[in-house]
Design a protein around this ligand. Structure first.
Ligand code: TXA
Ligand code: MG
Length: 340
């Protein structure tokens, strides 16, 4: 069983020492980052890293990202840092922007899945930074979920899948954001976005940088493996608020013999109640409160997964800013099932 270390109130050095020792002795520690919980091992230790692939059930051709506590540590593991990368670091670190660099040999091949590159960031979470700093080594940080399952934003949910697979779980409360980091690769002065995440393309553009969302498939090794499958039939509903209400009503009328669930807004909920339509409703709050929807995105989807209902409708939101990233995740989950 994993030992839970509670850091919710204060980050005590005494407790941290146990986790630091664990990392130095090739152990595995689950810890909070600013985005979602991560599963960490000494990134310079192949044996420790192999345990992570095993614990997650992750394919060996899918590289891990690593976290460092400062730029000195970054310089030890990457070949060089160009001007644009320096600009990104200055603006977004510590924080949810993972940058792909050419790696040095010190990073074992198992971490990078035999690629010559490595994704790195300084996390915007104090516990994570302290753990790395005190351990004195870069720490791997794939999301703390079984391969293909939903990310988690608290220690209890991580425990459900990893209790017997890791040595320590650091409980640092809920993570700040709830959506994974944005991953970028700078090539020919263009910032290519390999994974949309918490840092938005427009925030990068505001630095006067050219941003591309058309990364080549070779740039995105993780795309081969399907992300977040949930064992339900899930349909995404888009359109204006009125159109969405109409579509939900029509859908339910057509499927009177089936129990239907909805993951949607408070506003849609009110309409459904008025019309006395019976559904299993999970609300994500106000349509416009997109930061909150982002933060609880994975928890809400966990509720959908755990519901007895097998057919769910997700009420889409406006595709701008973080809403764009949320919609991308929902589209992935709905796997092409839209009611447009
Ligand atoms: O917010 C995050 O980044 C979280 C927290 C825990 O750090 N971690 C995370 O890791 O999302 P993971 O393994 O679930 O997703 C990392 C993605 C994978 O799709 C992987 O294929 C891609 O990053 N990746 C890792 N190294 C890469 C590289 N060298 N080139 C391109 N993509 C890479
Ligand atoms: Mg993941």
């Amino acid at each position: 069983m994993a030992k839970i270390v509670n850091f919710k109130k204060e980050i005590s050095s005494e407790n941290l020492i146990e986790c630091v020792k664990c990392i130095r002795n090739s152990g595995i520690v689950i810890f909070p980052t600013e985005t979602v919980y991560g599963i960490g091992a000494n990134a310079l230790d192949s044996c420790a890293v192999e345990k992570i692939f095993k614990a997650k059930g992750r394919k060996s051709d899918n590289p891990l990202i690593v976290l460092v506590s400062d730029e000195k540590m970054l310089e030890k593991i990457v070949q060089s840092i160009n001007g644009i990368e320096k600009q990104l670091i200055e603006k977004f670190w510590p924080g949810p922007l993972t940058i792909i660099f050419d790696k040095k040999d010190i990073i074992p091949e198992v971490v990078s899945a035999k690629k010559s590159t490595i994704g790195v960031r300084i996390p915007g979470n104090e516990i994570a930074r302290k753990l790395i700093h005190e351990s004195g080594v870069p720490i791997t940080a794939p999301s703390a979920n079984l391969s293909g399952k939903l990310c988690v934003i608290n220690a209890q949910d991580a425990k459900e899948d990893f209790d017997d697979k890791v040595d320590y779980i650091i409980d640092g409360g809920e993570t700040e954001f709830g959506i994974e980091s944005t991953i970028v690769r700078v090539e020919n002065d263009v910032v290519n976005i390999l994974r949309c995440g918490q840092v938005l393309p427009e925030e990068i553009e505001r630095l006067g940088l050219q941003v591309s969302l058309n990364a080549t498939p070779q740039m995105i090794p993780g795309k081969k493996n399907k992300h977040y499958q949930i064992e339900k039939e899930v349909w995404l509903i888009t359109g204006t608020p009125e159109e969405k209400e109409e579509k939900v009503e029509q859908f339910i009328k057509k499927h009177t013999n089936m129990k239907i669930g909805i993951l949607g807004s408070d506003e849609l909920y009110n309409e459904i109640v008025k019309k006395q339509i019976e559904v299993d409703y999970i609300t994500y709050g106000k349509r416009t409160d997109t930061d909150k929807i982002a933060k609880f995105l994975f928890q809400l989807l966990k509720k959908v997964t755990e519901s007895e209902v097998n057919l769910f409708l997700i009420e889409g939101i406006e595709e701008n800013k973080i809403g764009n990233v949320i919609m991308k995740k929902w589209k992935e989950i709905c796997n092409g099932k839209y009611i447009e």
